[in-house]
Design a protein around this ligand. Structure first.
Ligand code: GLY
Length: 375
């Protein structure tokens, strides 16, 4: 179980954010306009396989997080220019029907940009991206299908369905709202188990819409709990609750959070899969930890009482303190990432025990949130 943590580690968090700022600056100077996904022995530039194109929003997303913290001076201007420069190439992906990842692409980027500037043109891009993602909805089965095919539902889509909720709320489109909510309810029914653990993938009969069973791509086994998938669920169902106020969404997010807190080691960094055999559990995933930290901070705001809220915040602080103390790549001058110990895809041997862009992004998001909240 995660050892809960209340004391302020403000200096530690500020230090971690400062290190991230330096690593990002070095990446932009060394490899301008590269959109990396995971490191290979600590290097961002390599020709390793991507599996799918879902990560291009995370680097510009981090630039927006830093830009928003900067004063309105020349340095701040530089970060804002870089954020725009790395965000604009994504614009056409509002029409991308090949992936289920439009939330990962547009919420860290156009959503943050819109939030910072209020530019109405950016709202249109976000709405269009939400409409595009909604086209993946299958009436038979009632889910948004994954990039792998129409019979496949991923837990990861819980992190993307938020952009459909956004488009629905902005345009008051009840059809979009219905699609997003029904997707969440199906995911809750078929991928979230009674103990709050999650399956990575669900398979359906496309003729009838019947649910056939749980499966996995990135986890250990079909019936195991891949920790990043669990983190996506606890964060994504929280977002669904924020957008709908449907009590079933909060209940599901809290069940996933309870499993995460109970089953993760005291330092807050989970094994890459909770059910992997003992000798393979030594491999932890710092990116699951950072996504969970951010999701727990969101849940701390949504929880219905103060005790739960403090519980989630304390778990998030434990994770951030461990990541800032023991996972920063600071001691290794050749390592180009921020956080060590991320895991992308064990079965394909991609980005195993490396830095991964989403791990960096959610780490910065969570650090920014705790620092803004104060002590
Ligand atoms: N496929 C998204 C992830 O690796 O979490």
């Amino acid at each position: 179980m995660i050892q809960l943590h209340n004391p302020s580690d403000r200096t530690l968090y500020e230090h971690a954010l400062g290190f991230a700022r330096r690593q990002l600056r070095a990446l932009i100077d060394r490899d301008p306009d590269l959109f990396p996904m995971y490191t290979l022995q600590g290097r961002w530039r390599h020709s390793g396989e991507c599996w799918t194109n879902w990560c291009e929003g995370f680097l510009p997303g981090m630039l927006w997080i830093i830009a928003a913290r900067e004063p309105d001076d020349a340095a701040g201007q530089w970060w804002r220019e870089q954020a725009i420069r790395y965000t604009q190439p994504l614009e056409l992906r509002q029409f991308d029907r090949a992936v289920h990842d439009l939330g990962f692409l547009f919420m860290p980027t156009y959503y943050r940009w819109r939030h910072l500037t209020g530019d109405p043109r950016l709202r249109e891009v976000l709405i269009e991206a939400g409409r595009t993602l909604a086209m993946r909805f299958r009436e038979k089965g009632a889910y948004l299908y994954s990039f792998l095919g129409e019979n496949s539902l991923f837990i990861d889509i819980m992190m993307n369905v938020g952009i459909i909720f956004y488009a629905a709320l902005e345009t008051r489109d009840s059809k979009l709202m219905d699609i997003a909510l029904r997707h969440c309810l199906t995911t809750r029914r078929v991928l979230v188990r009674g103990d709050g653990s999650t399956a990575h993938e669900g398979l359906f009969d496309t003729e009838t819409g019947a649910f056939l069973g749980q499966s996995t791509q990135q986890g250990w086994r079909n019936d195991s709990c891949w920790s990043r998938g669990l983190a996506w669920a606890l964060y994504g169902f929280g977002t669904a609750y924020r957008c709908t106020r449907d009590a079933r969404m909060l209940e599901t997010a809290e069940a996933c959070a309870a499993f995460f807190i109970e089953r993760t080691p005291a330092d807050g960094v989970p094994p890459w899969d909770y059910d992997a055999p003992a000798e393979r559990q030594a491999l932890r995933d710092s990116s699951a930890a950072s996504a969970a930290a951010s999701g727990l901070l969101q849940l701390a705001h949504l929880a219905s009482d103060r005790i739960r809220s403090r519980h989630y915040e304390a778990a998030a602080r434990r994770i951030l303190s461990t990541l800032s103390r023991s996972y920063l790549a600071e001691g290794d001058p050749h390592w180009e990432g921020v956080l060590k110990g991320g895991v992308y895809h064990v079965a394909k041997n991609l980005g195993v025990n490396e830095s991964v862009m989403w791990g960096e992004y959610f780490f910065l998001e969570a650090l920014d949130l705790v620092l803004r909240e104060g002590d």
